[in-house]
Design a protein around this ligand. Structure first.
Ligand SMILES: Cc1cc2nc3c(=O)[nH]c(=O)nc-3n(C[C@H](O)[C@H](O)[C@H](O)COP(=O)(O)O)c2cc1C
Length: 343
């Protein structure tokens, strides 16, 4: 990662270039498939230098490639575009000041990611998000990352044991995942928390298992129906709510974690778009903040403003690089600048 800059911070063992990171998914694997449209990535990302972020989190990767509730196909001819957009509308919709999605872990699989995408993102600081349906799958994923990525080359591996639109009882595997997979990783592990679950208990169990940091929050399980027909908007019926609508929920979760005495560093994500959003989360107890749907998603016509949005994100990056969070509001949990950490 080169020389430490003043903005660099450590959250426990997680080393970030600054306190502003990007959330899992909306930037895909951190690099576009070749072509005019950055397939799998927000068009806004074209106008932002991703290597400037504290870290870029990949979309969640599984052992095998998955279509999830969408598709992994990237070779759509122009005449197939209407079908593609129709499908897209069954997994992602704008709603009530936010977005509801159910991609269901649509991804190329860990092997293809490490082979085809990761080598093209070496200029970035990466958090690799992994998800599985058993402790054994998490072990397999951790082993795959260990085998390809030397220690210190990425910021962390993020465990997604909390997705609300993959129909699985994650609660039943959490302890096994923490027991079997955390200590095995040669990279720091971040646990991503669900706002719909007992996140305080999960955070405590994570700390006991050696997890380095927490990400809060994953999307909020949600439902929209067509009022005329009663049909669900999304093919999966339930989806995950994100964006501005969930910001107060994200703030509640971060604040409650701190009030409960959780001292692990927290990366906050939930409706963040502006500098004041970031400051609010820092006050609540976050150590870093993460840009998700409020920053990267727009209506189709809204994407025409991508260059402008890119400028806004660059300005936000500059401000966060210079920002020092308020002195420890919740005890000894603040991340230290790297310079202090070493001295
Ligand atoms: C379209 C979409 C896809 C997402 N996919 C993932 C995913 O693959 N893995 C994951 O951990 N979180 C995923 N998330 C959740 C985000 O990383 C984030 O936790 C959540 O959206 C809350 O932050 P936000 O309101 O800033 O978007 C996804 C969110 C959206 C909107």
């Amino acid at each position: 990662m080169g020389e430490a800059t003043p903005a660099e911070v450590r959250l426990g063992d997680v080393r970030l270039r600054n306190r502003l990171v990007t959330s899992s998914s909306l930037l895909g694997y951190g690099v576009a498939d070749r072509g005019l449209v950055p397939y799998g990535m927000s068009p806004i990302s074209r106008f932002v230098p991703l290597h400037r972020f504290g870290a870029v989190t990949t979309r969640t990767l599984t052992v095998q490639p998955r279509d999830g509730h969408f598709t992994n196909r990237t070779d759509w001819p122009l005449r197939g575009l209407p079908d593609l957009l129709r499908r897209y509308g069954t997994v992602l919709r704008g709603t009530d000041g936010g977005w509801i999605n159910a991609f269901g872990w649509c991804n190329v699989g860990i092997e293809a990611y490490l082979r085809d995408y990761y080598p093209r993102t070496r200029d970035q600081n990466t958090i690799i998000s992994i998800g599985g349906f058993s402790a054994q799958e998490f072990v397999t994923l951790v082993d795959a990352v260990n085998a390809t990525v030397p220690a210190g080359e990425i910021a962390a591996v993020e465990f997604n044991v909390s997705c609300p639109n993959v129909e699985h009882d994650f609660e039943s595997i959490l302890d096994g995942v923490l027991r079997d997979a955390v200590g095995r990783s040669r990279h720091p592990v971040i646990l991503k928390l669900a706002p719909d679950r007992d996140y305080v208990s999960h955070a405590r169990r994570a700390a006991a298992a050696g997890v380095a940091a927490l990400t809060a929050i994953n999307t909020v399980r949600a439902l929209r129906l067509d009022p005329a027909t009663g049909q669900p908007w999304l093919d999966n019926r339930y989806g995950g709510l994100s964006g501005r609508a969930v910001k107060p929920i994200g703030l509640r979760v971060v604040s409650e974690l701190r009030e409960s005495g959780v001292t692990l560093p927290i990366i906050a994500t939930g409706g963040i778009r502006s500098y004041d959003d970031c400051r609010e989360y820092f006050w609540a107890g976050a150590d870093a903040v993460s840009l998700g749907s409020a920053t990267w998603l727009a209506s189709y016509p809204g994407y025409a403003l991508s260059p402008l949005r890119g400028l806004q994100i660059r300005a936000l990056l500059r401000r966060i690089e210079r920002y020092t969070p308020p002195a420890a509001r919740f005890g000894e949990v603040r991340a230290q600048p790297v310079a202090d950490y070493r001295s």
